[in-house]
Design a protein. Sequence first.
Length: 481
Amino acid sequence: MKKVLIIFKPIPLAALSLLIVTVFLRFYLYVNSTQLIKEFKNQNFKEIYALDTLKISSRLNSLSSAINWVCLEGSVDNKLFYKMERGSCSTGFFQQKQELHIQQANNIKLVFTTKLPKEVEILFSLFLVLQSILIFALIVSTRKAEQEKRQSEIRNSKLARQMSHDIRSPLATLNTLLLDTNIISENDRDLIDKSLKRINEISNSLLMKTKEVNSLKEQIQPPKLFDNNLIQIIQEIVDEKRVEYRELVDVKIIVTFSRDNLKAKVEEFEFKRIISNLINNSIEARKLGSLLEILIEIKTIENKIIVSLQDNGSGIPESVLQMLGSGEYTTKKTGNGLGLLHTFESVKSWNGEISIDSKENFGTLIMISLPLIYSKEIKTILLDDDELVRLTWESVAKRKEISFKAYSNPDEFYKDIDTFDLSSPIYIDSKLGNEVKGENIAIDLHERGFTELYIASGFDKESFSHLGFIKDVRDKRPPWP
């Protein structure tokens, strides 16, 4: 509001200054015209009375340097008998007409037209243009400030609605746990602490965004993103939901993941909000009287983390699917449509993608794809099905404080392959059981871009001479002296 007032005040000041200059120029023109009549009347009474046009012209020309006149019209009994022009006889902003009556001869009338100097006309025209531009710019700024104020009020309203929306889940969890305060397990106390932490996060987020909205800055700085373990965040929210909805025996939440450390660059609080809202949506839109299963799966495909949430609930009609995410539509009686809106906006801001596939009466599948954050740690890796070999390498690596990881079979190895640095040394046994050949795995790794590949086997080097990319063929002893 203060910004609007500060901008609005110069508008009447600019208009007032324009009015003052205009009045001054008109007054100057009037004084100029009056002076001309006075001077002419004092010097030319006899000539006027005798209607001596030659002498009138001579007298008038003698005043040209003092008075800026452009036209003289003389009439007797309203009939024009004399007209002398140095410019246009018409009136305008820069010109003024004034009559001279002769008391001794009322039938004689002289009409003078005077004008402002050319220099004054030019300066005033420039001033008029500049003032007009200034007033226009101030009006545009005022309207812009008013629009910002309205947008700020709308954002504040949405923030209040969003806080009400987000704070509902942790409060419900606390309410469930505190129904029986006499028996609170250690696990429940931990959930209470986490729920209180979430409420605090929501409050802090609202406070920061409110400060941003009320700031006079045009642009709002985006929140900082950090590498977060999505599995840990999802598991925390799922634990909260299991307590919040533990009275609902017909609701089952299942979480599966390919490995225990999948990181993406996200805002932790917003990602928690997304998972919480999606689970709430599934439960609140479930089919009553039947078992609801919510399966949350976290996996990697190439360089992406895929978080999928699938339920067997009531599904979403085709006509409604296209409206989801607009912030103005919700399928819930007490909803406000903001949950999915924030989901779409947040995932997009993290360079991710989201898709919703649903069939009415069959269920819904929501998939979120985010760029995977690879581990930059370079570790030595061994793939060998011999347990004694693996234990020996692990013992030596631990004693020498070397980063090391051993795998007993290709399936375990490939689950973690996205976390390996392409320059990590990888040692592969030539025979891995189930007739799996280590050289075939080496070929696949080479095609993926891995550069430090070794065969750890009892065979001679000539057996692998066709694999020119292999750094070395060695025995099964640890490579560290």
